[in-house]
Design a binder for this molecule. Structure first.
Ligand code: KG4
Ligand code: ZN
Length: 392
């Protein structure tokens, strides 16, 4: 079966076509196309993502991104578009998109009237920025109305978890394939969560950040060091270029390392970096590199040590890393080494580097299982949930 997946929870407009075979226990999924339009350039001048700006950009980009995803998946598109549809269909869709008139106008002229060979539409309904989520949801509702397809709402974080199971472009998945119990560490711009997965659809939240998310801390420290947004890649690059550590180098705190639970706190490290930076009139390139490396080391040490401790306590069979920060090379390396040394019998699942940041293929993976489980809903009942939890 073929899923068209839509993701607009933050600042990437993404559409993918995913083909799944097999059942909920054992299946294989192939990514036929995965198109991501990043809004980073639009948000960078503000140093963060602005929800209303993100919403406007999604409305502008969804139709071209969707057409590219269909084209790259190999579909021949019909010449006739929504503008050729019966009036009542057009009115229905115009009503669904009454808050996105620009999106409706783009659909009229470009969206093929004939349904491509697709079986269902999956769309992110949370967590994320609600105005941004709504654009994707309304687009999905409009497509289901036009093409007569079922719709499956997907939790964005579940997508990040499943991204860890890639073998190239193929994902062997299913509840008999993924080793349970598994522990997932989700690290992104909005989340830092340790999730114990009992099965594909059942999990318990065992810890998380009490203040800033890890990605957010990277972004804030980047601002202190006068680096562009998003801060993660910029800090990671500076840290890689840093000179070897010396005893005189500054060291930042490891907050909550020994707190006895699985919670985190990252706002204190950010404040330490800020105070340390204020002692200099201007930061030299070398000092910036040392700060970047020391900040990154502090964050990684806390993340890895607490995650490994949780993996031991809960006797998990697999560790999964997901979310934008899992692109960080040092984090991946330290995790790989720690698992090899301390938990050699468990498997470590890292997403392909290109699949770490937000994309729609991951929504398609989750959508396939949700569809098999019967989680389709009436299009009118899909709505955005900014704080949607993984725990059901
Ligand atoms: O998952 P994601 O694309 O979007 C959210 O759902 O938030 O994550 C984006 C976050 C940003 O905070 C960005 O700075 C961070 O991931 N990030 C990184 C790296 N690449 C992206 N953080 C550290 N190292 C990286 N290489
Ligand atoms: Zn994300």
């Amino acid at each position: 079966m073929i899923i068209l997946a839509i993701e607009t929870s933050c600042d990437e407009t993404a559409v993918a076509v995913v083909e799944g075979t097999g059942d909920i226990y054992e299946s294989e999924m192939n990514i036929r196309s995965n198109v991501v339009h990043s809004q980073i350039d639009v948000h960078a001048p503000y140093g963060g993502v602005y929800p209303s700006l993100a919403k406007r950009e999604h409305a502008k980009n969804l139709v071209p991104v969707c057409l590219r995803a269909l084209d790259e998946a190999g579909y021949e598109m019909s010449e006739s578009t929504l503008a050729d549809a019966p009036e009542d269909v057009q009115e229905n869709i115009e009503h669904i998109l009454e808050r996105e008139p620009e999106l409706y106008a783009a659909m009229l002229d470009a969206l093929p009237l004939a349904r491509p060979d697709i079986d269902a539409i999956a769309v992110t309904h949370g967590p994320g920025l609600e105005p941004a989520l709504w654009v994707g949801i309304n687009f999905a509702r409009a497509l289901t109305t036009l093409w007569g397809l079922p719709i499956v709402p997907v939790n964005h974080m579940e997508g990040h978890i499943l991204s860890g199971f890639s073998k190239g472009n193929t994902f062997p998945l299913g509840s008999h394939v993924v080793p349970f119990p598994s522990l997932a560490l989700l690290v992104s711009g909005g989340h830092t969560e340790l999730v114990l997965m009992h099965d594909l659809f059942s999990c318990t939240f065992i810890g998380g950040t009490r203040d800033d998310a890890v990605g957010e801390a990277f972004d804030k420290v980047a601002r202190v060091l006068d680096l562009p947004y998003p801060g993660g890649p910029a800090i990671s690059k500076l840290a890689n270029d840093a000179p070897p550590r010396t005893d005189e180098d500054i060291s930042f705190p490891r907050p909550m390392l020994h707190s006895g639970d699985y919670d985190f706190s990252f706002s204190g490290i950010k404040t330490s970096v800020l105070y340390a930076a204020k002692k200099f009139e201007a930061l030299s390139e070398t000092t910036k590199r040392v700060f970047a490396r020391e900040f990154q080391d502090a964050v990684i040490e806390v993340l890895v040590k607490k995650t490994i401790a949780a993996a031991k306590e809960y006797n998990v069979h697999a560790l999964i890393l997901g979310g934008g920060v899992s692109a960080n090379t040092a984090l991946r390396d330290v995790f790989t080494q720690a698992v090899a040394e301390e938990l050699p019998d468990i498997s470590l699942h890292l997403p392909d580097k290109r699949a770490t940041t937000d994309n729609a293929a991951m929504i398609g993976l989750s959508g396939y299982f949700r569809f098999l489980r019967g989680d389709t809903v009436d299009p009118e009942h899909v709505s955005a949930h900014g704080n949607l939890s993984l725990e059901e």
